[in-house]
Design a protein around this ligand. Structure first.
Ligand code: NI
Length: 390
């Protein structure tokens, strides 16, 4: 009898050709029309009932097992990014300015492969498996939209699983963490208003650039001075715009950036200090400030028991792989919304290959994965379901 990894490897050409086709035809969030229609078509080939248009372009199907039991929800994201591809790959994007630079093309292809594997093994499944192909993961609210449209109901899943290609690690590495795995993310927008004037007559102006500089510097002390040394947080100012001429003090400066944390208490502390520093310094410098801090996603918190079982499965099917139990990233994921009420596990599949130059980071114009990661992802996802719905 073939192992699940051998089965996934025997489907390699199928997975690879789908992945390359999606890669060649990337689509931005909520515009995954072509991708979704291929997903639906492939699922219908397995005689599955398919619902399309869930959360605009999402696709959902359910594989029923041999007998009743728990419900698993597997989520795969489908969207690409507004990036011009520079990989030079033969399957490079044919959609100018749009690129699968995060690996969601691989996730969608893996999802369809998992559907095949689980459909073939449906007699061994006690319960059912909801496969969810999600649009618009890249900060556009795809998961929330699918939740609004009932993807977590009728039936309600007992647990959820999702995966991500991970180019910070080579093929042969698997990350299945218990507890926090990805960070809660906030976006901040700040507008500092002073009084513009001549660059040579600063005493008659109120300089928002000088205030912005103080604020950016002081914000660094949140992580270094306020957050406990063993806690984790990031405060990044990533955009600062102000001024247009060398001899003019501008009337306003605009800043944006992001805050990342794992623990709710740390998040609260960072936001509180952030607001105090911004308003305190702005007023000390004689400026006004408008500050808006928006929550993008909660943290991805993996269920400890579920993750321990999946780690065991991974160790069994990949005896030579490194299975890490402590990997975390400050990246964020809207899968967090699905995992907020339902226990879940979000795991990482190492996908880099330094020798082949397949090691650019996610969201980079030269991002590409070693496709040997595809069957590993499919095998682990399918094996995890078969173990959990045994
Ligand atoms: Ni991604």
């Amino acid at each position: 009898m073939m192992s699940i990894l051998q089965e996934a490897e025997s489907l390699f050409t199928y997975t690879q050709s789908l992945r390359r086709d999606f890669h060649r035809h990337p689509e931005l969030g909520f515009k995954e029309f072509r991708t979704a229609s291929i997903v639906a078509q492939e699922l219908r080939k397995l005689t599955l009932d398919v619902t399309t248009g869930v959360g605009e372009t999402g696709v959902v199907t359910t594989i029923e097992g041999a007998s009743p039991g728990e419900v698993a929800l597997l989520r795969f994201d489908m969207d690409a990014l507004p990036i011009t591809e520079q990989t030079g790959a033969e399957y490079a994007s044919e959609n100018p300015g749009v690129m699968h630079a995060c690996g969601h093309d691989a996730h969608t292809a893996i999802g369809l492969t998992v559907a095949r594997l689980l459909h073939a093994h449906r007699q061994e499944i006690h319960g059912s498996v909801k496969l969810v192909f999600q649009p618009a993961e890249e900060g556009m609210g795809g998961a929330e939209k699918m939740i609004e449209q009932g993807v977590l109901e009728n039936p309600r899943p007992n647990f959820t699983l999702a995966l991500h290609m991970w180019n910070e690690r080579p093929v042969g590495w698997i990350g299945v963490t218990s507890g926090p795995a990805m960070a809660a993310a906030e976006i901040f927008h700040m507008r500092i208003t002073g009084k513009g004037g001549h660059g040579a007559v600063p005493h008659l102006a109120t300089d928002p650039i000088a205030a912005a500089a103080q604020i950016v510097t002081a914000l660094q002390t949140i992580v270094s001075r306020n957050v406990a040394p063993l806690q984790t947080a990031v405060v990044s100012v990533t955009m600062i715009h102000g001024g247009e001429a060398f001899n003019v003090i501008p009337p306003e400066v605009e800043l944006q950036g992001t805050i990342r944390t794992f623990e709710p208490a740390t998040r609260q502390l960072v936001i509180q200090r952030f607001e105090q520093i911004v308003s305190g310094i702005a007023s000390a410098m004689g400026c006004q400030v408008e500050l808006k801090i928006e929550s993008l996603t909660p943290a991805v918190i993996n269920d400890a028991q579920l993750s321990a079982r999946i780690r065991e499965v991974a160790t069994k099917i990949f005896p030579t792989d490194e299975v890490a139990g402590d990997f975390r990233t400050m990246g964020s994921e809207d899968m967090a919304f699905m995992m907020r009420d339902i226990p879940g596990c979000y795991f990482f599949i190492g996908s880099a290959n330094h020798e082949k130059g397949l090691d650019a980071s996610h969201h980079h114009p030269r991002f590409d994965v070693d496709e040997r990661a595809l069957p590993r992802g499919a095998a682990l996802m399918a094996a995890a379901v078969l173990e959990l719905l045994r």
